[in-house]
Design a protein around this ligand. Structure first.
Ligand code: ZN
Length: 482
């Protein structure tokens, strides 16, 4: 072997060894008792010459930043830190936490003892590639707790691990005094923060409702899809506005972990919360990874399908009501921008196409579910494929495309069902036609009203899709009666 080759080999071995080990940067984050300032000490495991914060506005709240050893001030230019080319191994910085908290759109709805400030405004860090992570330890005064979506480490105290993840929006970090609870459901411990708003909230009822809706999602395949999600409940009732729904808004955020954020009108009774579909919809999203925005119709559609299926299995909806809701949704999807395909409606940014974005994936979910059940003689179903998908691929640290996800689903099924459906409908104008499928399932429609036929070719499949789970149903009944 000639020296050049030998050198190349040594280099190759050296680089594989280096890439196999995980690089862990150590951060310590302190907050004062009035939550006006936040201090960070960042110790890098190897010198870094670029650190950024996710928000372009983060620089506005940075009060001071220095390298540790030489205590040299680091200059800022255009909201960026100007680090020396050779890199630094440690830095300290101070953030105006109080003003950064005002960036949050619900800041005014919260009582002063708790604030939400996304790490996007205060966490300056190197890029998190595969094999790079940050261990973050909080030092907090007695009256201040913290809630973040990052993975909690087993050590005592608030120590977390932040690794590569999709960045769908800015994750919330909650600081202050709030009601933190760990709620156990099959397969998961939900890390729930019940914030304090302007008006009192019955936190026990809220916790029961969160448990019940998270339980609904475990009715798909026996466990909740993420073992430890962050759940943030923001009470938005202020005694003045009348909200039409008990849960006016919810969303899932994937940024350093998975967060489900729910806004509740705390003046409404537990019964109204249990009848609302928002939380079931948001939790259902966690059965899929974060899908590229241009294929958002898949994530929304699957969540729409499952919210109705699961609320029926948990006894909140009866079968006819659930099929009617599914039918009505398909009709809204059909009427929405018929000249566009699902992919076009999603990328077009046209609000009029919103129902197509929300329901075309739900039609495909039903088609896939029935085909799987039919072809496997009941051994496979959408539940089974999602169960296998959770086992192989969730929670995922990356963004998936729609076709990539469907290819993975087909790999997990004994017959390919998803890619053919994608090819047929994703770029085809109009709406996936489910009328023949409804007919075979024994769902007759006249004047927009669904009727269930006793005799139908796929009657057994129709029944098995919405089959009630008796334990879940009796638990919900008990909760609603109290
Ligand atoms: Zn959604």
């Amino acid at each position: 072997m000639r020296p050049a080759r030998l050198l190349a080999l040594v280099f190759l071995l050296g680089s594989t060894a280096a890439s196999a080990e995980t690089v862990t940067h150590q951060y310590t984050v302190s907050v004062d008792y009035s939550m006006s300032r936040l201090w960070v000490e960042a110790r890098f495991s190897r010198p870094v010459n670029s650190v950024t914060a996710r928000s372009h506005d983060a620089g506005k709240y940075l009060l001071d930043v220095r390298s540790c050893g030489e205590d040299q001030q680091i200059r800022m230019r255009n909201q960026r830190m100007m680090l020396p080319q050779r890199g630094i191994s440690c830095m300290n910085y101070t953030v105006d936490l109080k003003h950064a908290a005002q960036e949050h759109r619900y800041d005014e709805m919260l009582a002063p003892q708790n604030i939400i400030v996304s790490p996007s405004y205060w966490l300056w860090r190197p890029e998190l590639r595969t094999g790079t992570e940050i261990q973050i330890r909080f030092r907090l005064p007695e009256n201040v707790q913290v809630s973040v979506p990052w993975q909690k480490l087993a050590e005592d105290g608030p120590v977390y691990r932040l690794a590569k993840s999709p960045e769908s929006a800015f994750a919330p970090a909650v600081f202050g005094s709030f009601d933190y609870r760990e709620l156990k459901v099959p397969g998961a411990t939900l890390r729930v923060s019940l914030l304090s708003g302007v008006e009192e909230m019955d936190n026990d009822s809220i916790a029961q409702w969160i448990s019940a809706t998270a339980m609904d999602v475990s009715l798909a395949y026996g466990r909740f899809p993420n073992p430890s999600p962050q759940v943030v409940v923001i009470p938005i009732g202020d005694g003045r506005i009348n909200y039409r729904s008990a849960v006016p808004y919810g969303r899932v955020i994937r940024d350093g972990g998975e967060t489900v954020e729910l806004q509740v009108d705390q003046s409404q009774p537990l019964e109204a919360l249990l009848a609302d579909w928002t939380a079931t919809h948001e939790f259902s999203h966690l059965m899929l990874p974060y899908i590229e925005r241009k294929h958002r119709w898949i994530s929304e559609g699957f969540a729409q399908y499952y919210q109705n299926v699961l609320l029926s299995r948990s006894g909140a909806y009866d079968d006819l009501y659930a099929w009617q809701k599914i039918y009505d949704g398909y009709e809204r999807g059909r009427q929405s921008r018929p000249e566009l395909s699902p992919n076009e409606a999603t990328t077009g940014g046209m609000r009029a196409g919103l129902m197509k974005v929300y329901w075309s994936g739900a039609a495909i979910a039903l088609m896939a579910d029935v085909q799987l059940r039919e072809r496997s003689g009941g051994k496979e179903s959408l539940d089974v494929i999602l169960d296998r998908f959770q086992a192989c691929c969730l929670p995922s640290d990356r963004v998936w495309s729609g076709p990539e996800l469907f290819a993975q689903f087909d790999e997990l099924a004994s017959v390919p069902v998803f890619e053919p459906l994608y090819r047929r409908f994703a770029d085809t104008a109009g709406f996936p036609d489910t009328s023949e499928l409804f007919e075979r399932l024994g769902l007759a429609v006249s004047d927009g009203k669904v009727r269930i036929r006793l005799l139908a070719e796929l009657r057994a499949i129709r029944k098995s899709i919405l089959k009630t789970n008796d334990d879940a149903a009796s638990w919900r009944e008990q909760l609603a009666a109290n």
